[in-house]
Design a protein around this ligand. Structure first.
Ligand SMILES: C[S@@+](CC[C@H](N)C(=O)[O-])C[C@H]1O[C@@H](n2cnc3c(N)ncnc32)[C@H](O)[C@@H]1O
Length: 201
């Protein structure tokens, strides 16, 4: 679902890019084991992830998709130094790519926005080649049940009734045919979890 105006501002803020570049992306990169010539970023936002992905993974092909046309316009405008990057408006639950099109799919905090999150993970699985990997950084429903998550829940519009618990996300990936490794922040901090899922078949 589309972000409200407060989250739109927060996601397009330089502080968001700083956290993504210096905190989230390096720990995903450390988990990565597969070749990464063809990369899809789901929910690419304003294209900050694209610049980080080029710096860390040097892909031959990068495609970013986002549901929000405003984000795709921003990403195209800001990606002048990335002539090979492609940004497309699209829905992660219905990706317009053939099976096994990518080596690596990146998720920087998008799947918790998607009511049909199982459909999103199924599309990630379908579009990855066998042996390809899904690197994810996301926010399960536990995030919004404690600590700083409680006031944030009032500010951000998310599909809370449909949102996954961490274990449901892992179980769904395993049921699809992924081998899954996850890590998480302390339960007392803002509750991110992140990990790597390798497509077995
Ligand atoms: C929290 S923002 C994260 C943006 C960016 N990845 C980042 O880390 O800054 C979530 C993004 O997911 C996009 N989004 C939400 N639902 C989506 C869907 N069904 N398919 C594709 N993108 C979606 C939103 O438009 C938004 O840009």
């Amino acid at each position: 679902m589309l972000m409200n105006s407060i989250e739109y501002w927060a996601m397009n803020n330089p502080l968001r890019g700083f956290v993504q570049r210096h905190y989230e992306a390096p720990r995903l990169k450390r988990l990565s084991k597969a070749a990464s010539d063809n990369i899809l970023e789901i929910g690419c936002g304003q294209g900050t992830g694209a610049r980080i992905i080029y710096d860390l993974f040097s892909p031959q092909r990068y495609v970013g998709i986002d549901l929000d046309p405003r984000m795709i316009r921003r990403a195209k405008r800001k990606s002048g130094a990335l002539p090979d990057a492609t940004f497309i408006e699209g829905d992660v639950t219905n990706l317009d790519f053939p099976n096994a099109a990518f080596d690596l799919v990146m998720d920087f905090g998008i799947v918790h926005h998607v009511p049909n999150w199982r459909g999103a993970l199924a599309e990630v699985h379908r579009t990855l080649r066998p042996g390809g990997e899904f690197l994810f950084e996301d926010l399960p429903v536990e995030t919004w049940e404690r600590g700083i998550g409680i006031p944030f829940k009032r500010i951000a519009d998310h599909p809370y009734d449909e949102m996954f618990r961490k274990q449901e996300f892992v179980d769904e990936l395993e049921a699809l045919g992924f081998d899954v490794e996850t890590h998480e922040n302390s339960p007392f901090s803002f509750y991110h979890f992140w990990g790597r899922a390798e497509k077995l078949s």
